[in-house]
Design a binder for this molecule. Structure first.
Ligand SMILES: *Cc1c(COP(=O)(O)O)cnc(C)c1O
Length: 402
C-alpha cells in the first residue's frame, strides 16, 4: 500500500500517460462511496463510466463472484461449462432476442458487431465481397481498437493510428436526412449510440431513433445500438432505445454487464443475424468464462426485477429538475441526459471542466470532465436521494465560488 504522494509518483514515472486522472488514490469503496488511502471519503458520481451501475462492493455480485471463484473460473470455449447456457438464455431474454455472442470489453463487442454486420451483409443480404459499408455518427465513441478509431471523429482518439480501416461512412448525429442519403445498396448496418455518452451525454432529437428504425427496416440494413454505456438501467429503462419504443436488430452491451467486478460484454441479436457464425470464425479465450457468466447472471437477475431502472428514473427526474434550475444562472449553459445520467456544460468563464472536477474533488465529489467544458454526472444507480442531494449541494457551491 502506498501513500497518495508515492502512488502518484509511481504512476507518473512508470505508467503510460494515456489518462490524466484526478489526484485521488482510492483504497476501498462501498455503494456510491470511495475512500482514499488517507481515509477521506468521496461520493462517486462517475461510476466507472457506468460499469458500476450497481455500486461498489454490491453484496449480490460479490457473493455470486466468490461462490464461482471456488468452483471454476475458466474453461475456454473448447468445453462447455454449467453457467454458460444460463447466461446466454437469460441475457437473450432480457433483450427479447434469441442469441448471444459473449466477449469481454466493450471494444471487443463493437468489433464483434462490425464483423457480424459484414458477414451478414455478404452471406445473407448479398453484398459483393469486400464492399460492405457501415454508417456511423459523428462524435461517436465506440472504443479504442484500430478499426474503431478509424471511424472516430475525435482527433485525440484517432490521430497517428493509421492506416485506417475502410468501410465506414460518417454522418451527423441526429440527422435523418443525412443518414438516409448515406445508406446505399452496400450498406450492411447503421451503428449508433442511442445517447452519445463520451460526446457529452447528447440525446438525439425526438423521433430520431424511430426514424433510424424505419429507415433500416425499409432498406434491409441492420440497426446496431451500442448500449454499452446507455444500457442496463442508466437512463431509467433497461435500454435507452426503449425511450422511443425502438428495438434495434443488434444490442451491443458491456460495462455494467460485468457489475464492475469483471469485464463482460456481448452482442445480442436474433438467429437470422448471429446465426452467421460457424465454429472457428470468431472467438475469445475469456469470452463467456464461468466467472463472467456468474456475475452477469446476477446483474441480469437484478435488472429483471426492474427496481434499479425505476430508482434511476425517479431519482433521475429529481437530478434533472435540480440541474435545470442551474441553467442560465451564470455558470451552467446547458444540461442534457436521461435518468441518472447528465452532461452539464459549464461556461468557460467559470473555469474548465477539469478545474470544476478538481474543485469538486476537494469537496469530496468525484466526476469526470469531457470535451473541455462538460461535466458528466453518472452516479451508481444505487445512490440514495440524500447522497445525491449532498453531491448537488457541492456542485452548486463550486459553481457559486467559480
Ligand atoms: C466504454 C464504451 C465502449 C468501449 O468499452 P471498453 O470496455 O472500454 O472497450 C464502447 N462504446 C461505448 C458507447 C462506450 O461507452
Amino acid at each position: 500500500m502506498s501513500t497518495t504522494a508515492e502512488a502518484l509518483r509511481s504512476a507518473e514515472a512508470h505508467s503510460a500517460h494515456n489518462y490524466h486522472p484526478l489526484p485521488v488514490v482510492v483504497a476501498t469503496a462501498e455503494g456510491a462511496w470511495m475512500t482514499d488511502v488517507e481515509g477521506r471519503r468521496f461520493l462517486d458520481m462517475l461510476a466507472g463510466y457506468s460499469a458500476l451501475n450497481f455500486g461498489h462492493g454490491n453484496r449480490r455480485l460479490l457473493d455470486a463472484a466468490k461462490a464461482q471463484l471456488e468452483r471454476v473460473t475458466l474453461t475456454s470455449r473448447a468445453f462447455h461449462h454449467d453457467r454458460f447456457g444460463d447466461f446466454c438464455r437469460e441475457l437473450a431474454a432480457l433483450c427479447g432476442k434469441e442469441m448471444v455472442l459473449p466477449m469481454n470489453t466493450g471494444a471487443e463487442a463493437v468489433e464483434t458487431a462490425v464483423k457480424t454486420a459484414r458477414k451478414w451483409g455478404y452471406e445473407v443480404k448479398g453484398v459483393p465481397d469486400g464492399q460492405a459499408k457501415i454508417v456511423v455518427a459523428a462524435n461517436n465513441f465506440h472504443g479504442r481498437t484500430t478499426t474503431i478509431v478509424s471511424f472516430s471523429t475525435d482527433h485525440e482518439a484517432r490521430d497517428h493510428y493509421g492506416p485506417y480501416t475502410p468501410g465506414f461512412e460518417i454522418v451527423p448525429y441526429g440527422d435523418l436526412t443525412a443518414l438516409a442519403a448515406a445508406v446505399t445498396a452496400n450498406t450492411v448496418a447503421v451503428l449508433l449510440e442511442p445517447i452519445q455518452g463520451e460526446a457529452g451525454v447528447l440525446v438525439p432529437p425526438a423521433g430520431y431513433l424511430q426514424g433510424v428504425r424505419e429507415l433500416t427496416r425499409e432498406r434491409n440494413v441492420l440497426f446496431m445500438a451500442d448500449e454499452i454505456q446507455s444500457g442496463l438501467g442508466r437512463t431509467g429503462k433497461t435500454f435507452a432505445c426503449e425511450h422511443e419504443d425502438v428495438v434495434p436488430d443488434v444490442y451491443i452491451l458491456g460495462k455494467a454487464l460485468g457489475g464492475g467486478v469483471v469485464p463482460v460484454s456481448a452482442v445480442v441479436a436474433d438467429r437470422d443475424v448471429l446465426g452467421v457464425f460457424r465454429p472457428g470464425e470468431h472467438g475469445s479465450t475469456f469470452g463467456g468464462n464461468p466467472l463472467a457468466c456468474a456475475v452477469a447472471l446476477e446483474v441480469i437477475a437484478m435488472l429483471r426485477s426492474g427496481e434499479h431502472q425505476q430508482h434511476a428514473a425517479e431519482l433521475g427526474d429529481h437530478l434533472h429538475r435540480e440541474l435545470n434550475l442551474l441553467v442560465g444562472g451564470g455558470a451552467v449553459t446547458a444540461v442534457r441526459g436521461r435518468g441518472l445520467w447528465a452532461g452539464v456544460d459549464i461556461d468557460p468563464a467559470h473555469g474548465t471542466g477539469r478545474e470544476i472536477s478538481e474543485a469538486l474533488m476537494e469537496r469530496g465529489v468525484l466526476v469526470k470532465d469531457t470535451h473541455g467544458s462538460t461535466i458528466r454526472i453518472a452516479p451508481p444507480l444505487v445512490i440514495d436521494k440524500e447522497d445525491l442531494d449532498w453531491g448537488l449541494d457541492q456542485l452548486r457551491e463550486v459553481l457559486a465560488a467559480g
